[in-house]
Design a binder for this molecule. Structure first.
Ligand code: FAD
Length: 382
């Protein structure tokens, strides 16, 4: 039996590939149900990672029905709203190519629905985990129950409890905070803003701040305001994020003088105003192979979203770990060691790219720093 903590994209992919091939698997998830929390915006799935994982899961055809290849469009504007650089994608999905978009909610639902009933225990939060000194571990749940498990996989995200068994590393603040906004039903409510955003995403980058917007498949647009600020800024900036209308006005003030349509992306948003400080584990985070336990996804290699790799890698980790375990059913620890040996350098490269891109997006040369990277992908940053 493989015990997985966390029903995020990584843990679900691991469970699906294992179960599809006859292995026993159990997931414990703190959320009370699949719909307990909004799953956030849209993701683009890369051929070698997210799409590869779905192929291993036998779910690529279902994914193709839900994916939006045209969502790959990406437009960089300057503060006056002039287009600086634009990538237009094909509306046709070709397996193993491109980076088609899919709403997170749909992708997670696809994976959840692919599992046998009862595979996920919802509303089971792990409070702590400790080793029994051999390859077994004890899970202590917040409801007071405990369980001894043989092979444990921490797929429990950024603030993983399982990670403490393997490493003393903790996520560090990246220097950047997002504020997330949402425009629902944009075609009807704000058709001119719908045209501005187009089929995919737009980015407006400046030294220390920016606005980006991405179309979702549910008719909404997510807007992310980025601020290069201290970790304490969200608490100390004087904005009451619970008072959404006042928060929108205050946030628009940081972009005074920018094109009026860009400001409308903030002012006409509806719903919550959600701060999201961005954290990352140290680049190259790794640990000594330890019997009976491993990590995947953000628990193993949390990184900023600026390479668009976090969810893709989580899914690839899930698929690769499952394949390793299936290939060596008689020696799970050897399987885990081979998975970790391949995963560490893959994650290190993506984490380094994410950190470098974060600088390019908001450094003092922005937006030209990031545009030149798109025009010349070999550009590096000091
Ligand atoms: C603003 C933003 C934009 C992003 N954009 C992209 C993008 O475009 N492309 C991309 O590839 N990645 C992107 N990412 C990164 C991506 O969201 C993550 O890397 C990905 O979700 C990680 O998946 P995971 O399965 O490892 O962890 P998670 O999705 O965090 O799942 C962990 C699960 O574990 C559960 N859990 C946690 N603790 C416990 C506990 N104690 N007990 C039981 N269950 C627990 C959680 O409830 C959750 O369901 C973005 C991230 C952010 C913040």
């Amino acid at each position: 039996m493989i015990t997985i903590i966390g029903a995020g994209l990584g843990g679900l992919t691991l469970a699906r590939v294992l179960q599809k091939n006859g292995a026993q698997v159990q997931i414990y998830e703190l959320e009370s149900s699949p719909s307990a929390r909004s799953q956030g915006g849209t993701l683009d799935l890369h051929a070698e990672s997210g799409q590869f994982a779905l192929q291993q899961a036998g779910l690529f055809e279902e994914f193709a029905k839900l994916a939006r290849p045209e969502g790959e469009d990406w437009r960089f504007l300057d503060q006056r709203g002039e287009v600086l650089f634009e990538e237009i994608s094909s509306a046709e999905l070709k397996e193993g190519e491109g980076r088609p978009e899919i709403d997170r909610k749909l992708l997670r639902g696809l994976l959840i629905d692919s599992l046998k009933p009862g595979t996920i225990s919802w509303g089971r939060k792990i409070n702590s985990v400790h080793s029994l000194g051999d390859s077994r571990h004890v899970l202590d749940f917040t409801d007071g129950e405990s369980e001894i498990v043989e092979m444990l996989v921490g797929a429990d995200g950024s603030w993983s409890k399982v990670r403490r068994l393997l490493s003393a590393a903790v996520p560090e603040y990246s220097g950047l905070s997002f504020i997330e906004l949402r425009l629902s039903n944009i075609d009807e409510r704000n058709p001119e803003l719908s045209t501005l955003v187009g089929r995919g995403s737009l980015s407006v980058n400046a030294p220390g701040k920016g606005i980006s917007a991405q179309r979702n498949g549910d008719g909404s647009v997510r807007v992310y305001l980025a601020f290069r600020v201290a970790e304490s800024w969200i608490q100390g900036c004087g904005i009451d994020f619970h008072d959404a209308a006042a928060a929108r006005r205050a946030l628009a003030g940081f972009f005074e003088g920018w094109d009026s349509q860009l400001l409308e992306l903030i002012l006409r948003s509806d719903g919550d105003v959600t701060p999201r400080p961005i954290y990352a584990l140290p680049i190259g985070h790794s640990w000594q192979a330890t019997a009976g336990v491993t990590l995947l996804g953000d628990a193993a290699h949390l990184m900023s979203p600026f390479a668009g790799e976090g969810a893709n890698l989580a899914m690839q980790d899930g698929a690769e770990l499952a394949l390793a375990l299936l290939a060596q059913p008689e020696d799970a620890n050897a399987a885990v060691a081979s998975y970790e040996t391949a995963m560490f350098p893959r994650a290190e490269a993506a984490a380094a790219e994410s950190a470098a891109n974060l600088k390019l997006f908001y450094n003092d040369e922005a937006p030209y720093s990031i545009i030149s990277k798109f025009q010349n992908p070999s550009t590096t940053v000091a």
